[in-house]
Write a protein that binds this ligand. Sequence first.
Ligand SMILES: [Zn+2]
Length: 242
Amino acid sequence: MKSRFKLGQFAGIGVYAHWSLVVAFAGVFLWMLWQSRSVTMAIDALVLTIALFSCVVLHEFGHALTARRFGIPTLHITMYPIGGIALLARMPHAPRQELLIAIAGPAVNLAIAALLFVLVLLRGHTLAFGLIVIDAAGEVAMLSTLMSLNMLLFAFNLVPAFPMDGGRVLRAALATRWSYANATRVASYVGQAIAVLFAVAAVFPNPVMPGFNPVLLFVALFIFSAAREEAAFVLRAQQPSV
Ligand SMILES: [Zn+2]
């Protein structure tokens, strides 16, 4: 596969990056350079982006190593500008296994955030939350920013909508009581409803989001189609082959 290149290997699992990730990293550097006219700020932004993607790689290893405990190998982990995927050799059969595999990823981000929280306190830095935390010297506070971003990754991934991990957690929780097909159907509807809410929040002014938000609208459309796809895929697989 030429569209991706190998970053390394850990625990026998190859980690790859899609070429577009390099373009995205270069874009972050150039955009920051253009915005701040400061090479230091641009380098900070690049370091922060790479650190964030490293946290996403660890998130994927959370899924992969939990899957391994249930005898499911991971074919590879590939990183894209919108996130990473751990491609499992097969889907887990038991809902409990799917639930634990799905929740392991966000749990890693929560653990990283907790670790960074302790580091911020130990170093005597001021504790702050934000997409980019600026310290008293006017520079990016790396640890606080990375801690905040990991908390955001944790929360966003637990939104109960496919393709986020929360969608799988919801489906697995429902499947402990219902059939897999019915659990998927309901989880898909919940995901679509959340996508509609996101779209409404993105388009119509509200207290949380005063202006039009194209990124959230894109995310909403993405979630909506992914929720429908997941249901269609599972329900098709349930059809007896003829
Ligand atoms: Zn995940």
